[in-house]
Design a protein around this ligand. Structure first.
Ligand SMILES: Nc1ncnc2c1ncn2[C@@H]1O[C@H](COP(=O)(O)OP(=O)(O)OP(=O)(O)O)[C@@H](O)[C@H]1O
Length: 610
């Protein structure tokens, strides 16, 4: 749908970088700050063994007979205590960070799921389902890694070199300089060689998303592929897998070519400080201006500085991936929403269960599919919408349940504009039995009550019985507890349709929209389905979209749509007399009852069917 039909709530300026990630922590910021402080303190204590070595050497170099052994034991004791404390700090920091991460991401996942419920269907259908899935799965998972691990590890990795450098300057400024001389060099090398990496990483992310989507499409379309494409290569090419895998391979090769030399250069240059520490330290030792124990301590500090610096550089490169991923989560969270009138000043409550389309026009983007539609459905009556394929029947039904908002005119329930009825009220007011029934990978019971705990098992059974579904459910291996395959894979089209009628019965809304409810029916199924529909629609306001005109000849009103306009409105007999298109559709269906697969339809038939 076009975005013009929705009003975008004013968004605060989007935070970026580390600030945005920390803002995400919300109330759990304090836990995160504590987690990083504890990790930093724990990393400081990793210097304790170096201090122990230094003190032991000091005592061995200047022994004081009887005192030395006691002091050695005492140093060892302090060292062991420091290690114990380090373990405690590390565990506490880790636990705090993990708890904060899981809580933050739990809230975030719920917020994203809630957001998807509030955006117009058009926003979702304009995107590939797998790209939304990838945001929920990969990008959110990366945030988990960042909050639970990288943040703590970065704090620890930053603390160690900073404190080591301060200690080195304190101990011997000359040794500090020769130890740190390679750091700026390594940073310059890294910046130069890393320049093109972000671009390739972005490309990698894009190709990776396309690959994931193609694999999902391959699996979802496996029935079509099995039927039309035989042979592995041919089957894979049905969803352009070979091309996408080739693009993926190409981007991986380019990434390896860029990153491996950069990382290697960084590691080598950083580690090359030994080439300065040893000769200069040795010279000052021989010269007598540096003690052996200080020389050893500076050596150990110099060695210990390289690993955290390498880790910091690694986290720095990951930050871009994490930020890009979080950017996609933010895009999703900033998607325009269908405005909800709940608590708004203009909030309205339907006076009754009638429905009205009043001068309604609607376009998908630039393409207008409904123009100036006006008709009323009195409360408790049944209106059928008929017309050729593509006339706009389903779109009309979806405007009533606010999958989209109209661009002109209004849709009203009980005199209230649907845009001014709180979404929750509107959803309880209208039940929509769709053409394409979606069943969740869950039990039959949960598929009917859709997670509503207030609906008892007895109510579900009663609804399924009324929907003519009880018998086939009982024949399933675990009855109502049978887990249905993905999208209800083990049920026939007619059975799925009856389950969706049971859903609507349980919901018990006063307004019912039926979209092609009898589409999957053989004569036996159709009789059952019509019986189920009879129960569902009793005393309700019903809008039914029908291709089989035989099922709606008793409708209180039939609206004939053609290319997005109402061309006639009336009862069956009257329309047969007055409306050429209706008569034509009726004629086609009467003829089709006598068709055989091998008979050749006339041009007239084909034109009408199109
Ligand atoms: N999500 C969408 N985005 C863009 N165009 C759409 C979308 N859904 C439907 N259309 C287009 O809008 C027009 C009306 O479609 P709609 O499904 O409402 O017709 P219909 O009368 O219900 O058709 P059918 O009887 O074949 O189901 C068609 O041209 C269709 O291609």
């Amino acid at each position: 749908m076009s975005d013009q039909s929705t009003t975008r709530a004013p968004m605060p300026a989007r935070k970026r970088g580390l600030g945005a990630l920390l803002a995400l922590a919300g109330e759990r910021k304090t836990s995160l700050i504590w987690a990083t402080v504890l990790s930093a303190m724990s990393s400081l204590l990793s210097l304790a063994p170096l201090l122990v070595i230094y003190l032991v050497l000091l005592h061995l170099a200047h022994p004081q007979q009887e005192k030395t052994l006691t002091e050695l034991w005492s140093i060892l004791g302090w060292g062991a205590l420091a290690m114990g404390l380090r373990w405690l700090l590390q565990v506490s920091g880790g636990v705090l960070a993990h708890l904060a991460a899981f809580n933050i991401l739990f809230d975030l996942r719920l917020a994203v799921a809630d957001k998807l419920r509030r955006v117009p269907m058009g926003w979702i259908t304009a995107r590939n389902a797998e790209s939304i899935n990838k945001v929920l799965r990969d990008d959110v998972d990366r945030l988990e890694l960042f909050i639970a691990h990288h943040l703590n590890d970065s704090a620890a990795a930053l603390t160690l070199p900073v404190v080591s450098a301060i200690a080195l300057f304190y101990l011997d400024w000359r040794m500090a300089l020769v130890t740190l001389v390679t750091v700026p060099l390594a940073i310059v090398v890294q910046l130069l060689l890393w320049k093109k990496v972000p671009e390739v990483m972005r490309e990698y992310n894009e190709v990776n998303a396309i690959l994931a989507s193609q694999v999902v499409q391959y699996v979802q379309g496996i029935a079509v592929i099995k039927t039309y494409r035989q042979g592995a290569a041919s089957a894979a090419s049905a969803v352009r897998l070979p091309q996408v895998v080739a693009a993926y391979f190409d981007v991986i090769v380019r990434m390896v070519k860029l990153t491996v030399p950069a990382w290697s250069a960084f590691t080598v240059v950083i580690g090359a400080n030994m080439l300065c520490i040893l000769p200069f330290g040795g010279y000052w030792y021989l010269q007598g201006s540096l003690s052996l124990e200080l020389f050893v301590l500076c050596l150990l500090l110099g060695l210990g500085i390289t690993r955290p610096l390498f880790q910091l550089a690694f986290f720095g490169s990951l930050m871009r991936l994490i930020q890009d991923g979080y950017g996609r989560v933010q895009d999703l969270m900033e998607a325009p929403e269908l405005p909800d009138a709940a608590n708004a000043a203009n909030m309205q409550t339907p006076a009754d269960n009638s429905v009205e389309f009043d001068g309604t026009s609607f376009a998908y983007g630039e393409i207008t599919v409904l123009q100036d539609i006006s008709f009323k459905i009195p409360a408790g009556s049944l209106t059928a919408i008929v017309g050729p394929s593509g006339a706009g029947k389903s779109t009309l039904a979806q405007l009533l349940v606010r999958f989209w908002d109209v661009q002109q005119g209004a849709v009203r329930i009980g005199g209230a504009d649907v845009r001014e009825i709180p979404l929750a009220d509107m959803h309880s007011q209208v039940a929509y039995v769709m053409q394409d029934v979606f069943l969740f990978h869950d039990t039959v019971l949960e598929n009917i009550r859709l997670g509503r705990e207030d609906i008892s098992e007895e109510q579900v059974v009663a609804a399924a019985t009324a929907a003519q579904a009880h018998d086939f459910i009982n024949c399933l291996p675990q009855g109502y507890q049978t887990v249905l395959g993905e999208r209800g894979a083990r049920l026939s089209g007619g059975e799925k349709q009856r389950l969706s009628i049971a859903r609507a019965l349980v919901k018990n809304s006063p307004v019912i929209v039926l979209d092609e409810a009898t589409a999957f029916s053989d004569p036996v199924n159709e009789a059952r389905l019509l019986q189920a529909l009879g129960v569902l629609t009793r005393d309700k306001t019903v809008m039914v979209i029908a291709h089989r005109l035989s099922t709606i000849i008793d409708a209180d009103q039939i609206v004939v749509l053609d290319t997005g306009r109402v061309i006639a409105c009336g009862k069956h007999a009257q329309l047969l007399q007055d409306c050429t298109l209706y008569r034509h559709l009726w004629q086609l269906q009467s003829d089709s009852a006598t068709w055989k697969i091998r008979s050749t339809p006339t041009d007239e038939h084909v034109k009408g069917a199109a």
